[in-house]
Design a protein. Sequence first.
Length: 92
Amino acid sequence: MDNVLAAATSPVRPWKDYAEEALNALIADGDTFTIDDLRDRVPEGIEPHHCNAWGALLSNAARDGLIQRVGFAQARRKQAHAREVKTWAPAT
């Protein structure tokens, strides 16, 4: 609920700003993470122009040497129908 309030009371910011902030926090945490963890850190109701933007953000971060793929996990989101998603970690 705090995420909803934050989104509703903050100045208008594009999805990418929220997503990059969330990704940077995940990288700083130093643990492995999935796209679901990234989605969890973006305020509810903040969505990209296209659902593929989530994966593109992670792919670009990997290409830029910020993160690296370390495995796979089962998606937690119901909409993902339990498919496998990549597990990421900060680049070493």
